[in-house]
Design a protein around this ligand. Structure first.
Ligand code: NAD
Ligand code: IPM
Ligand code: MG
Length: 356
């Protein structure tokens, strides 16, 4: 099989972790006889430095001309002073919007090898952690109007959160379809006791549920959900929620499985083009030190093989390789526990490649 992959290394640890993920894709190509052609494109702070904007049109065009997009992460303190519409993160939001990627799927799954890195009490972890956060990605407050003005001699800032029925309906279908293939439970998370967008969310999700009679739907307020994720994560199968709540809950869900450095994400739209990235950011505090855990990005590459290229065996080979390296006791600093062998980003990548 021959496929084109747009590669966005980005800022901070982005280039370090993407290098390892691309090398893993190369190992897959060699073992299974595929050809992956990469086009390197700029986004975020590095694009501001090179081109003056966080999302050059050439990047959008290259992504649209590819079969999938692999991303590291963007942003960092170097660009804190740039005007808000030019911030590195605007590049990421702009790309998600330009590619129509409305569904962001972020798994929370505890690797059996990482039980000791799990910060939850053993009796809670032993009940199992295996759920998905399905986050709406191109609506809500992220894509509403952001305004700052002088009122009565003071600065006043406003962010508008808006959702249409159709924006809610399409993400709800994604959640129900995923739940049908899993444990058949959807928890829709909102703040319907306060927000008009959440009341609409609840009504539309309940309507969509009627088309999936085998799937059980429950509703939960986001503050309660944040608490339930650490109290008893085994109750969740698929969580579906709006953009901002999903951003926050997925970071929270990541840490109960060991580390944010281990969690991949897939951003999907109506077609086959998907964007695959770890859920974490550019980690400026450890950039350039070879301390970043590349596993989240490598597992994102596995998702890319499965979702965008339909290469099930190849995706499984990457996931099994990660498992075998963890079985052998190798750990990056974020998941290091007593008795294991500490390795850096490059060495972790090499071990996983060799295990393929
Ligand atoms: N998708 C993205 O590109 C994305 C996502 C989140 C944040 N950001 C941006 O990244 C920058 C830094 O944000 P932040 O510090 O709030 O969040 P962050 O996720 O970059 O880092 C949070 C903490 O997790 C650690 N961490 C993150 N990834 C790791 C990995 N792979 N291995 C080991 N440790 C890891 C970091 O060292 C840090 O202590 C900001 O500019 C933010 O806007 C970008
Ligand atoms: C960098 C930022 C805009 C982004 C988001 O909030 O979506 C990030 O936190 C993420 O989770 O991908
Ligand atoms: Mg986030």
């Amino acid at each position: 099989m021959e496929k084109k992959i747009a590669v966005i290394r980005g800022d901070g640890i982005g280039p370090e972790i993407v290098n390892e993920a691309v090398a893993v894709l190369d190992a897959v190509a060699t073992r299974f006889g595929h050809t992956f052609r990469y086009s390197d494109v700029l986004m975020g702070g590095c694009a501001i430095d090179e081109c003056g904007v966080p999302l050059p049109q050439a990047t959008v065009d290259a992504c649209l001309a590819s079969d999938a997009v692999l991303l590291g992460a963007v942003g960092g303190p170097k660009w804190d002073a740039v005007p808000k519409e030019l911030r590195p993160e605007r590049g990421l939001l702009g790309l998600r919007g330009a590619l129509g990627l409305y569904a962001n799927i972020r798994p929370a799954r505890l690797f059996p090898q990482l039980r000791r890195a799990c910060p939850l009490r053993p009796e809670i972890a032993d009940k199992g952690i295996d759920f998905l956060v399905v986050r709406e990605l191109i609506g809500g407050v992220y894509f509403g109007e952001h305004r700052s003005e002088q009122v009565d001699g003071q600065e006043k800032a406003t962010d508008i959160m808006a959702y249409s029925e159709e924006e809610i309906r399409r993400i709800a279908h994604v959640a129900f379809r995923l739940a049908e293939k899993r444990r058949k439970k959807v928890t829709s998370v909102d703040k319907a006791n306060v927000l008009a967008t959440s009341r609409l969310w609840r009504r539309v999700v309940a309507q969509v549920a009627q088309g999936y009679p085998d799937v059980e739907l429950s509703h939960m307020y986001v503050d309660n959900c944040a608490m339930q994720i650490v109290r008893d994560p085994s109750q969740f199968d698929v969580i579906v929620t709006e953009n901002l709540f999903g951003d926050i809950l997925s970071d929270e869900a990541s840490i109960i499985t060991g580390s944010i450095g281990m969690i991949p994400s897939a951003s999907l739209g109506g077609g086959t083009l998907g964007l695959y990235e770890p859920i974490h950011g550019s980690a400026p505090d450890i950039a350039g030190t070879d301390a970043a855990d590349p596993i989240g990005t490598i597992l994102a590459a596995a998702e890319l093989l499965r979702d965008s290229f339909d290469l099930m065996e190849e995706a499984r080979a990457v996931e099994d390789a990660v498992s075998r390296v963890l079985d052998a006791g190798y750990r990056c600093g974020d998941i290091m526990t007593k008795g294991c062998t500490a390795v850096g980003c490059r060495e972790m990548g090499r071990l996983i490649r060799e295990a393929i």
